[in-house]
Design a protein around this ligand. Sequence first.
Ligand SMILES: Cc1cc2nc3c(=O)[nH]c(=O)nc-3n(C[C@H](O)[C@H](O)[C@H](O)COP(=O)(O)OP(=O)(O)OC[C@H]3O[C@@H](n4cnc5c(N)ncnc54)[C@H](O)[C@@H]3O)c2cc1C
Length: 331
Amino acid sequence: MKEDKQIYDITVIGGGPTGLFTAFYGGMRQATVKIIESLPHLGGQLTALYPEKYIYDVAGFPKIRAKELIDNLTEQLKRFKPTICLEQSVQRLEKQEDGVFKLETDQEIHYSKTVIITAGNGAFQPRKLEIEHAEKYEGKNLHYFINDLQSFKGKKVAVLGGGDSAVDWALMLEPIAEKVTIIHRRDKFRAHEHSVEKLKQSSVEIVTPYVPKDIIGDGEKISNVILKETKGEKTITLDVDEVIVNYGFISSLGPIKEWGLTIEKNSIKVNSKMETNIPGIYAAGDICTYDGKVKLIATGFGEGPIAVNNAKTYIDPKARVQPLHSTSMFN
Ligand SMILES: Cc1cc2nc3c(=O)[nH]c(=O)nc-3n(C[C@H](O)[C@H](O)[C@H](O)COP(=O)(O)OP(=O)(O)OC[C@H]3O[C@@H](n4cnc5c(N)ncnc54)[C@H](O)[C@@H]3O)c2cc1C
């Protein structure tokens, strides 16, 4: 297993809005910061579940699209260049005898003086295609994420799903792929009206209401997807080069429950300093609970700095909890 021997001041588990602002704030307090996120992209619920929706209750923004808020937080974060580890889910967290925390993900070991957990509802994972043997095509021609649109050039692509991201991917691939087919179990798509309208005007083949029933392949590559009418018996055999599944995401606290933290109502209990029951581990955002807690982006943005300022005094008891104002830090 890979190991990053550098001991960071603060490791933030979860790259949602709270994690991003917490990491930025760690930079403000001159801490070395690392973010570990299980998805291949930052943004938490905002990018995974509602990137196109407008948010109306973030201070200073009368109205902002979820994905733009994440773009802004990422831009703000760049000032301090924290280490960002994507596609790694923290499985184990333990305090070593020397007081340093050891974090083990599915791929790498990390070390940190303090940890701030901003894990929302737990690690996001894509909802998988429930067809026998499908998993052996993952990383081959069955995709749950798209990193490089050009790799679909001239290919026959099947997109499974009926939400915003399925429709968006189908539209983005249309000018690149040889042919795009979108398959949804209902006649009505759950995507933005204007995107659905664009889809209907495009050359994308729409197959509804159908569900994938089986896949045919040689173990290396899926060559056909067998589609079945959702409520009927008709079947279609689709020739494919690539299959993209967009069934949304599921999240679960999973391993977090095993880290010795006090869990209440599926959340981590913290005090007014965002301290958990384990000294040196803090929690902020949707994952934490205390008397009067409300789960909003706005509250996470307040809790992150509280956690950071207290983590700073945990590392160095002479450090002030009350920070300098940002207005007096930069020109
Ligand atoms: C449809 C919808 C609309 C919403 N609208 C609003 C709104 O208008 N206003 C508002 O204030 N709030 C809204 N919310 C709630 C808001 O999205 C959440 O309060 C916010 O996302 C919480 O941010 P967070 O960073 O704490 O957690 P999240 O956004 O959940 O991010 C947590 C991240 O941590 C990662 N993670 C978890 N465990 C691990 C692990 N072990 N290892 C690595 N990574 C891990 C996850 O993959 C995830 O990316 C809405 C929510 C939904 C679903």
